[in-house]
Write a protein that binds this ligand. Structure first.
Ligand code: SAM
Length: 294
């Protein structure tokens, strides 16, 4: 039975926008999805069922939210733009298991939100068409806070998705790839054309799934130091690993010490950061850390 018309058709979306006199704010990354097929793919990739919860960031006018409502037992949608609240109130009115929270996801206490809202579900995934201007801060907050998440399935800028999923050796591989892969296993779900949004964004988009790791892929002596070593190693991509590390951690006269430590970590000083695997970065940062380098 078709109990309601989906709101993500171009006609219905335009109707709602007109009815409420809504104007898109570019500064909030407002590009709304109007394609049933893509919405279905996003929800499908999250592996939800009637025992699971979903956290949506930026529901807009609720196109993805109503699909999540059909797929999960509880949905919480965090929206920053107050003007969207009456629209969401109307669109989501049939769903008593959907809660809209007004706020900036970057400022919310997500641990508390999880404790309060997802007590009765067997697992939670984040599913969202993210505002592109804050994609990386949002994803890093979700991952670094170690929320009890199963999957993060998000529409993001294609170029950012490729960097997150990149393997060593290519131009896309960098500190973002390592940060994301330390916390999750990324997989590109699909590339998405501009035409599925209103208004259409100026960049290409893609859906990525991050399967959140329950255990870290490598052992590091100190996490903050590990990420600092990674960042510093990529400071100037065309420089060798030895030169990048030297600029950040070693005085001029300490070149021999740096070479000794690189040898201990079994890394040739002439290599570039983009060729090092996450295991090699872990071993390098552990050797440096144990030698007292900071
Ligand atoms: N989910 C809707 C869809 O797919 O049609 C809208 C997606 S739109 C790309 C991004 C949404 O995120 C907008 O509704 C915007 O207002 C909201 N947003 C932007 N920054 C936010 C933030 N910091 N916290 C919560 N929501 C935010």
């Amino acid at each position: 039975m078709n109990r309601r018309e989906e709101i993500s058709t171009p006609r219905r979306t335009k109707e709602i926008i007109q009815k409420y006199g809504f104007s898109f704010k570019k500064s909030l990354g407002q590009n709304f999805l109007i394609d049933q097929n893509i919405l279905g793919k996003i929800v499908g990739a999250a592996d939800l069922d009637s025992s699971k919860g979903a956290l949506e960031i930026g529901p807009g006018i609720g196109a993805l939210t109503e699909k999540l409502a059909d797929a999960a037992s509880k949905v919480v949608a965090v929206e920053i733009d107050q003007r969207l609240l009456p629209i969401l109130g109307e669109v989501l009115q049939p769903f008593s298991h959907v809660k809209v929270v007004h706020g900036d996801v970057l400022k919310l206490d997500l641990q508390q939100l999880f404790q309060e809202e997802f007590k009765e579900v067997s697992g939670v995934s984040v599913v969202a068409n993210l505002p592109y201007y804050v994609t990386t801060p949002i994803l890093m907050k979700l991952l670094e806070e170690r929320l009890p998440l199963e999957n993060i399935v998000v529409m993001i800028q294609k170029e950012v998705a490729e960097r997150m999923a990149a393997s060593p050796g290519g131009k896309d591989y960098g500190s973002l790839s390592i940060a994301v892969q330390y916390f999750s296993e990324p997989e590109l779900v699909c590339v998405v054309p501009h035409t599925v949004f209103i208004p259409q964004p100026n960049v290409d988009s893609a859906v990525i799934r991050l399967k959140v790791r329950q255990e870290r892929p490598v052992e590091v002596a100190d996490e903050a130091f590990f990420f600092e070593v990674v960042q510093s190693s990529f400071a100037q991509r065309r420089k060798t690993i030895a030169n990048n590390l030297k600029s950040r951690f070693f005085a001029k006269e300490d070149r021999t010490e740096l070479e000794r430590l690189l040898e201990l970590a079994e890394i040739e000083p002439v290599r570039r950061a983009e060729t090092l695997s996450i295991e090699e970065f872990a071993s390098l940062s552990n050797v440096l850390y144990e030698a007292g380098v900071r």
